[in-house]
Design a binder for this molecule. Structure first.
Ligand SMILES: [Zn+2]
Length: 114
């Protein structure tokens, strides 16, 4: 079990396994968030956050909801809208143990080219 938490510990996320790779994306948003994403199926992710403790940011084609803690501002994860027909929850691995990031291969995705 791996645990991820925002800075103020309001939001905690658990996943059961390590992904094969992590993704760093250079699109206009991910570059600003400086996030390193690990992709999971929703059934493999448990998100513990009090009601109304998170804000959501959605931009562009409105397929992705980026969640951040209302209190400390950390971007913890994103989800895809149902219409995207892809079961994915992406966890920002910078919310976890830095040693874990070092153990996993990082892919560089050219999101800025899309
Ligand atoms: Zn927080």
């Amino acid at each position: 079990m791996y645990r991820f938490q925002c800075h103020c510990k309001t939001v905690t996320i658990f996943v059961s396994h390590k992904p094969d790779s992590l993704t760093r994306c250079n699109c206009s948003l991910c570059q600003r968030y400086a996030a390193i994403w690990g992709y999971f199926k929703s059934e493999d992710v448990e998100i513990r956050a009090p009601k109304d403790s998170m804000d959501v940011y959605c931009w562009g084609d409105k397929c992705i909801n980026f969640y951040r803690c209302k209190n400390c501002g950390c971007v913890t994860h994103y989800t895809l809208i149902p219409e995207a027909h892809l079961d994915r929850v992406s966890i920002n691995f910078n919310m976890g143990d830095s040693k874990l990031i070092n153990e996993i291969r990082i892919r560089h995705f050219e999101g800025s080219a899309m």
